[in-house]
Design a protein around this ligand. Structure first.
Ligand code: PGA
Length: 254
């Protein structure tokens, strides 16, 4: 059965004050939901333990990035083992900001996935095309290649730890969202690529990200291949994040 996930990527935003304000509120509100959604808070790494200490069993916690390596002389990096040690269940890899601003390659994304698999941590693997690629009719080709390269080394039981987030680059932080239909079409294509890789694709969760808000979440989550969302800006406002969690339809998975 697919997990229904709403994950809040705080990016380089937040403070101890936001942690105290938001986490307690979301925790108590999520415990009242009966739609089976798993809410995940992904703060900057420095705040992971603070979030974890307030999250209880109701919320999951993640990091925004992990190193390609297990441990050692890599100043400034955080390892998958450290994320696990500090109580994380999830880690983002391959976010478009990491790819564009920090030169993260498909090969590096694959190495990070391997580190996460070795720890039994869930990788939320982010993929998405630029506006130029979409306008050139290359969106599906681009995204499929990213999925294949990121997950080439995954096998067997490791697939249970893989979540794919489709985030068109032109929709991130811009207020432009893919239509529910376009997002669904890409999710369907991603599920097919996963099948081709030998993954149990029908049981895997695929998230949509890119300007998801309270007022467009329900339409996106109603699509058959969209199992949740990766939320940036709206995850910093407690009520907005909760409204998105509430937009998940009830039911027993797909
Ligand atoms: P956004 O960001 O919701 O602010 O568009 C999404 C993301 O980058 O994960």
């Amino acid at each position: 059965m697919r997990r229904k996930i709403v994950a809040g990527n705080w990016k380089m935003n937040g403070s101890t004050g936001l942690v105290e304000h938001l986490v307690g509120y979301v925790r108590s509100e999520v415990s009242c939901l009966d739609n089976g959604v798993e809410a995940v808070i992904i703060p900057p790494a420095l705040y992971v333990r603070d979030v974890k200490s307030l999250a209880g069993d109701e919320l999951s916690v993640g990091v925004q990035n992990v190193a390609c390596w297990e441990s050692g002389a890599y100043t400034g990096e955080v390892s998958a083992a450290m994320a696990k040690d500090c109580g994380c269940r999830y880690a983002l890899v391959g976010h478009s900001e990491r790819r564009q601003l920090f030169g993260e390659t498909d090969a590096a994304v694959a190495d990070k996935v391997a580190q996460l698999m070795s720890q039994g941590l869930n990788a939320i693997v982010c993929v998405g095309e630029t506006l130029a690629e979409r306008e050139a009719g290359q969106a599906e080709e681009t995204v499929s290649a990213q999925v294949r390269k990121a997950l080439a080394g995954v096998s067997g039981a490791e697939w249970q730890y893989v979540v794919v987030a489709y985030e068109p680059v032109w929709a991130i932080g811009t207020g432009k969202t893919a239509t529910a239909g376009d997002a669904q079409a890409m999710h369907q294509a991603i599920r097919q690529v996963l099948k081709d890789l030998g993954a149990p694709a029908d049981t895997m969760s695929l998230l949509y990200g890119g300007s998801v808000k309270a007022d467009n979440a329900a339409a996106l989550f109603a699509e058959p291949d969209i199992d949740g969302g990766l939320i940036g800006g709206a995850s910093l406002v407690a009520q907005d994040f909760m409204s998105i969690c509430q937009a998940m339809p009830a039911g027993t998975g797909r």
